[in-house]
Design a protein around this ligand. Structure first.
Ligand SMILES: C[S@@+](CC[C@H](N)C(=O)[O-])C[C@H]1O[C@@H](n2cnc3c(N)ncnc32)[C@H](O)[C@@H]1O
Length: 251
């Protein structure tokens, strides 16, 4: 994370993410992009103290009426990654993990260090984020088990078909329009079909699909597995964030 921070602007976004940026500008209330993998709460506090970041915005210029800014992260935090690999997923020895939309590579790096998965694939459509991930994979010698694929996930049918675990953390919502999201979800539902394989999503499938016009019969595709959000006892536990993580078994 420290290394990646030095290669990115504070918002951890590239100009090449045009669509996302456009969408954000349509957002009715101000929000700030803070990547939770790069900046934990203590780090954000110190940036606020230095005046480099703010947790609130002025609702009426010149007055002291302020409101809290909405924070949005495009990566899992370290806490979420530990919860994922240490409490949500089973032993991954010999298994293939695919992170759909791998961005900075947080899911891949954590999977390398916290699991025995034999292969961890990251599929990312943004070329600059792929370069960044490749740089880290080479530098930290993760190359034997991590592979980064620069592609739209909708071209990766065979990879999805062989995956034992597919991770989808807020992949499409901020990056694709509604029609593209619907198409991408239908592609996922057609190709993540290996019986007994696992699908991890943030937010729930029900929530992601509710705003879209898709023909996906959830009850025939997956079974939701109940998670125990109380098992994560560390001091940085953020239960609200953990509760966004959902696990499904493919039927
Ligand atoms: C919220 S980030 C997830 C980051 C990472 N998986 C994590 O959890 O830390 C979503 C990423 O998905 C990528 N993405 C969106 N649609 C995609 C698609 N159709 N194919 C490949 N990547 C996609 C975006 O460029 C973005 O970097």
């Amino acid at each position: 994370a420290e290394d990646l921070r030095n290669h990115l602007p504070i918002e951890a976004m590239f100009n090449s993410e045009r669509q996302a940026v456009q969408k954000i500008h349509q957002h009715p209330l101000p929000m700030i992009h803070v990547d939770a993998f790069l900046y934990d709460d203590d780090f954000v506090d110190s940036l606020c103290e230095e005046g480099k970041m703010s947790r609130s915005y002025c609702t009426e210029c010149g007055s002291y009426k302020t409101a809290s800014l909405e924070f949005i992260s495009h990566s899992f935090s370290l806490m979420e990654l530990k919860f994922l690999y240490q409490h949500v997923l089973p032993d991954l020895t010999g298994k293939v993990v695919v992170d759909v939309g791998s961005r900075l590579g947080a899911v891949l790096f954590a999977g390398y260090l916290y699991s025995s998965a034999s292969q961890l694939y990251g599929v990312e459509m943004n070329a600059e984020f792929c370069q960044l991930q490749e740089m880290m994979v080479t530098k930290y010698q993760f190359i034997d088990r991590i592979k980064v694929v620069h592609a739209d996930i909708c071209t990766q049918a065979s990879l999805l078909q062989k995956a034992d675990v597919v991770v989808m953390n807020n992949v499409f919502e901020y990056f694709l329009n509604r029609q593209e999201q619907a198409r991408a979800w239908e592609f996922i539902a057609c190709n993540v079909r290996k019986r007994g394989s696992l699908l991890v999503t943030v937010p729930s499938l029900k929530e992601s699909l509710s705003k879209l016009q898709v023909n996906i019969q959830l009850s025939q595709w997956v079974e939701e597995m109940q998670l125990n959000y109380d098992v994560y006892m560390e001091k940085d536990a953020d239960r609200e964030a953990l509760e966004q993580i959902h696990l499904y078994k493919i039927l």
